[in-house]
Design a protein around this ligand. Sequence first.
Ligand code: NAX
Ligand code: ADP
Ligand code: K
Length: 512
Amino acid sequence: MRNELLSPAEMAEADRLAIAAGPLDGYGLMQRAGEAVAAMVLARYPAAKKVHVLCGPGNNGGDGYVVARLLAEAGVDVELWAEGKQKPGSDAALASEACNLPVNHIGHCYPEAGDVVVDALYGAGLSKDISQHALAVSGVSSAERVPVISIDLPSGVSGETGQMRGHFDAAVTVTFARKKPGHLLMPGRRVCGEIIVADIGIPDSIIDQLKITTFENTPDLWLRWYFPRTAIDAHKYKRGHVAVFSGGSSATGAARLSALAAARTGAGAVTVLSPGNAMQVNAAHLTSIMLRKADTIEDIAEYLAERQPSAFVLGPGFGIGERARAFALRLLQQNRVYDYDRGIELWGIVLDADGLTSFRDNPDTLFEASHRALAPPLVFTPHEGEFARLFPDIARSKKQSKLAKARAAAQRANAVIVYKGADTVIAAPDGHAAINANGAPWLATAGSGDVLAGIIAGLLAQGMPPFKAACAGVWIHAEAGRRFGPGMIAEDLPLAIVPVLHELIENQPDLR
Ligand SMILES: NC(=O)C1=CN([C@@H]2O[C@H](COP(=O)(O)OP(=O)(O)OC[C@H]3O[C@@H](n4cnc5c(N)ncnc54)[C@H](O)[C@@H]3O)[C@@H](O)[C@H]2O)[C@@H](O)CC1
Ligand SMILES: Nc1ncnc2c1ncn2[C@@H]1O[C@H](COP(=O)(O)OP(=O)(O)O)[C@@H](O)[C@H]1O
Ligand SMILES: [K+]
């Protein structure tokens, strides 16, 4: 798999292992990195008037000296600008010695329209805010529309967290071996531009040794082994039955959006569980989706015994309060059911919106229930506000990345956490996590989250394990929104996922 995301520490370890295994040493890796960037600059900007290469004191700067030398050898007009002191004898010092160009102080660098900037100031080793001089070059480059090619990361962006300490706005970022979380987490992602991953000779076998648990959320993560395959002899209940709780008579739309999304995703049967006072309004709007009254805990118990649905959605439009808590806790009392023949979980719960907010004053009640040994698989889908209500201390942390926060929450809640936003992070209690990057701002529309909850429930109902169902659901939802584009409203989304599903199923690799 090539969608692993490497933290700076993991990248340094990959580097160390690759050097130990040979044949390349650190200087050799630096040459390869510089070659990849120089080739990219030559291919993309053959008409550049001048290329300004900004070099920092560490290995990122070392890559820069290699780029400068190679571009000058290719006949490009190159100016070198440096800041900071190199460690004598370091690979970077060797690279700068091998480059005969004059070195100017970065404080005098003023790129002009038609030039190109190569940003080799700081990469994985960023440890403080970038300098005023560096910021000034970044500002002039933006104002003059000078394209910036950043090596590894736009200087100022943390590879670990995506947080920025002053930054460059890159047109292209060339990174090595694998992407880093900071390329995909906001706000870093906004300034990376196009991300190119260059092979510098660190083989996949070395990445495998690192046992990486963080991934970019792409179909590689779930399509082949986990995405539902509909049996030729399927019947509707075998394809999975999703039940969605509706709110009261004036708040029923959210549940219907979830229900429709679950059905479109492939659940063979979907039921809206409605309070008595909302039966009429729900009935007036449902056709293929079933409807059943559920006012009390007893109604739920009866329904569970009678119909054995395979997944629940609780929360969209449901209303905040005691009733939501009681219903959620009742569902959590059911034991998980594992089908050993088919190797799948038979049901799971998606807790969204009001289903989460209802536990803001006593989240521990929820977490105690979810930690019960036989509790069913759980997926929480909080946006930032809901996340802060359920995990206030984790949300407040200034140091932790969104990735680390989602992981901490998943452990505490013993649930898969889908921490939504432009950079949705999906995290499992066992530490596996994925960052989603195929979304678009068209998804920021009321009801979009309700659809997502329904898609995930639809996948859970078909036997997908919860982390994989959450990853696939987030990706499908984002892909549908991105393809639909401007003008999309949540009502459009369930239908918009259909072409995405068709493509996935057409491209689903064989189970071999
Ligand atoms: N890890 C690898 O496999 C490879 C890494 N390479 C390059 O090496 C880079 C990492 O090198 P380093 O670990 O030397 O780290 P950097 O070159 O990113 O920076 C390290 C140096 O800069 C100083 N520094 C950090 N932030 C600063 C700031 N804001 N203002 C002033 N000084 C600051 C640090 O104290 C240290 O001296 C990668 O980003 C990549 O470009 C490549 O050479 C290819 C191979
Ligand atoms: N700028 C964005 N880019 C990509 N996806 C986004 C963006 N903003 C929101 N989303 C996605 O849209 C959905 C919004 O869900 P949510 O906030 O629960 O909305 P609602 O409660 O109105 O349904 C989430 O899946 C979120 O990840
Ligand atoms: K950089």
